[in-house]
Design a binder for this molecule. Structure first.
Ligand SMILES: Nc1ncnc2c1ncn2[C@@H]1O[C@H](COP(=O)(O)OP(=O)(O)O)[C@@H](O)[C@H]1O
Ligand SMILES: [Mg+2]
Length: 176
C-alpha cells in the first residue's frame, strides 16, 4: 500500500466553497490523475466535481452519475487552441472495483483524463494506485436545520497517496 505524502484539511461553509475547492484543484490536477471522493450521500462529492469541471473547462454539465457508471466530459479548446485533460466522472456504487474502470469503453483514455470517482465510505482503503483522496464529512448535529437538511459546513480532508503527490503542497494550494 502506498503512503500518504501530502495532506491538508479545511472547512467548507457552503456549496460555493466546495465548488471553489474543486476549482482550486483544477490548478494542480493533470491528465492521468485519479481523485477519490469519499462521503455520505449529500456530502458534496458531485458539487466539488462541478467546480472542478467548470475550472478545467470541460464540455457538459457535471451531474450525479446516476444510472450510468461513468460520464465523460471532453476538454473544450482554450483561447490558445490547446486542450486540457478530459474529466471522467465515475459513480463507484455501480462499479465493482477500480480495475473495472479500464474495462469501460471510454472515448478518452484514463491517461488523457482527470478521473474522479465518487466512492462510498470505507472502500478507498483497498486501493493502491497514486491518488488524491478527499473525504467530505458533515458534522452530526451542529448547524443542521430542519428546514434545510442539506445546508451546513462540510469538513474536507485531502490526502495525496503515492509518488505522484510527493512534494505537492496541498495546504499552500488551498491557502490561495
Ligand atoms: N458546504 C457544502 N458543501 C457541499 N454541498 C453543500 C454544502 N452545503 C449545502 N450543500 C448542498 O448539499 C448538496 C450536496 O449534494 P451532492 O454534491 O450531490 O452530494 P453527493 O454527491 O456527495 O451525494 C447540494 O444540494 C449542495 O447544494
Ligand atoms: Mg454525487
Amino acid at each position: 500500500m502506498s503512503d500518504v505524502v501530502a495532506q491538508a484539511e479545511l472547512d467548507l461553509p457552503d456549496a460555493e466553497s466546495t465548488k471553489a475547492l474543486g476549482a482550486a484543484l483544477a490548478g494542480i490536477l493533470r491528465a492521468g490523475d485519479l481523485v477519490i471522493l469519499t462521503g455520505d450521500l449529500g456530502a458534496g462529492k458531485t458539487t466539488l466535481t462541478q467546480g472542478l469541471g467548470a475550472a478545467l473547462g470541460v464540455r457538459g454539465q457535471v451531474a450525479s452519475p446516476t444510472f450510468i457508471v461513468a460520464r465523460e466530459h471532453p476538454p473544450l479548446p482554450r483561447e490558445d487552441g490547446s486542450r486540457g485533460p478530459a474529466l471522467v466522472h465515475v459513480d463507484a456504487y455501480r462499479l465493482g472495483g477500480l480495475d473495472e474502470l479500464d474495462a469501460l469503453d471510454l472515448d478518452s483514455s484514463l491517461d488523457e483524463s482527470v478521473t474522479v470517482v465518487e466512492w462510498g465510505r470505507g472502500l478507498a482503503e483497498a486501493l493502491t494506485e497514486d491518488r488524491l483522496e478527499i473525504d467530505l464529512e458533515r458534522p452530526r448535529g451542529g448547524d443542521v436545520s430542519a428546514d434545510e437538511p442539506e445546508a451546513g459546513t462540510r469538513h474536507a480532508t485531502l490526502r495525496g497517496v503515492g509518488a505522484r503527490w510527493a512534494g505537492v503542497d496541498l495546504a499552500a494550494l488551498l491557502a490561495r
